[in-house]
Design a protein. Structure first.
Length: 164
């Protein structure tokens, strides 16, 4: 086996591990989400742009995969000064992502989730800006995520307003 193929194997395995970790975080959020879709969420009044519930799972699966690739690209450059901060902020935004699911679906508190999603959005933006300084492709891979969370904030806001 050549050095190139050994390095390529390590990179592929590293990227897969990063994707798996991100998907597992998504799975933690799903623990709070899934049991509440059929009854509680289905009973809420939603805004006109609200997609059907079945759309969310595939979208989030794709977004967590993109996040995994993104963080792997930054991890590869972890010796750069700003990388530690970028990786820390990435972990924080993952935590905030799960926290939103707990607040919204687990505790049935769309108002608290609305406040929290704003903090999450800021953390995603900060992560993306730091990733941009380390790896442009890593930052670009975060763009669909921040766009979806922006849309999710609109959906969350609609639910807060329509379900007073």
């Amino acid at each position: 086996m050549t050095v190139i193929s050994v390095n390529l194997k390590k990179k592929v395995l590293g990227a897969l591990l990063a994707i798996i970790v991100c998907e597992l975080v998504g799975g933690i959020g799903a623990i709070f989400t899934t049991p509440n879709i059929a009854v509680w969420y289905a009973g809420l009044v939603k805004g006109p742009l609200n997609p059907p519930a079945f759309v969310f799972g595939p979208v989030w699966t794709l977004l967590f995969a993109l996040m995994g690739i993104s963080v792997f690209l930054v991890w590869e450059k972890r010796k750069e000064k700003i990388a530690a901060l970028a990786l820390t902020l990435f972990v924080l935004q993952l935590f905030l992502n799960v926290l939103w699911s707990i607040l919204f679906f687990g505790l049935h508190d769309p108002q608290a989730a609305m406040v929290e999603i704003i903090i999450l959005w800021i953390a995603i933006l900060g992560t993306t800006v730091l990733f941009q300084r380390i790896s442009r492709p890593a930052a670009r891979l975060m763009i669909p995520y921040i766009l979806w969370v922006s849309f999710a904030a609109y959906l969350n806001y609609s639910i807060v307003i329509l379900n007073k």
